[in-house]
Design a protein around this ligand. Sequence first.
Ligand code: B1M
Length: 237
Amino acid sequence: MSDDDLDLKSLSDADLVEQMHDDLYDGLKEEIEEGVNILLERGWAPYTILTDALVEGMRIVGIDFRDGILFVPEVLKSANAMKGGMKILRPLLAETGAPRAGKMVIGTVKGDIHDIGKNLVTMMMEGAGFEVIDLGINNPVENYLAALEEHEPDILGMSALLTTTMPYMKVVIDTMKEKGIRDDYVVMVGGAPLNQEFATAVGADAYCADAAITVETAKELMKRLHNLRGAAGANAA
Ligand code: B1M
């Protein structure tokens, strides 16, 4: 049977997930969407589909991109297929009805157009009850400052996927310091080339290795923020 004739519904869960990794690799958006829907029908949790089928598939794509086996046009197709799957999962992940846990402005830094990871973080944060304002890609410092002023979030999130763009996070944080607003926000950073050491060096409050850690860290930091605000209120009284 050719891949065209393959009935995804006839596959076991494990085979279907493996087939979805292949389909993501081949940039087959419709097949990815179908696979996501089948797994949902079979009772899979949206988060498990996201991590096991989509993120894991994208990890494999990343390895072959790094090794020069896949090139930009192919990876774009994979990214597009992943976005198709994410679009189905997004409302389901956000459907918690949780009270607003806090507000975050997030964007990919200037010079960088990677947004899959940032979009995942956005989805997961929304799912955890956060209001998220997504600034998209390629953001100069002015965009972040304008969004902070307009939306008054608790958290500023920045994403960078390139070693050449990650230093721009320091530009944003230093500008916030110059303007005397750095301590008004929790600053969280993430992206594949970052680590804790880098986050500390640029003056961020937290490094987030993945979307799930971002949610946990954001919740923890919001608790601390509430305590601090509570203490400040008590002192002022
Ligand atoms: Co790009 N690319 N790419 N690329 N690309 C990488 C990053 C690279 C590691 C590939 C490689 O060589 N192995 C490499 C960077 C090398 C380096 O800097 N040392 C690279 C390169 C070189 C490039 C170009 C320069 C290639 C070229 O043109 N020659 C070019 C740069 C364009 C630019 O930005 N100016 C480029 C272009 C592209 C595409 C357009 C083709 C496409 C992007 C499509 C899109 O995003 N819409 C693409 C892709 C898809 C990748 C890889 C394959 C996959 C990235 C991804 O989506 N991962 C990537 C290889 C890799 O990382 N393995 C690669 C899946 C995603 C779920 O993970 O983004 O890490 P990630 O996000 C995670 C965490 O990092 C964290 O949570 C997320 C979810 O768990 N996180 C945050 C991320 N942001 C966060 C923010 C937070 C918190 C957590 O804020 C609070």
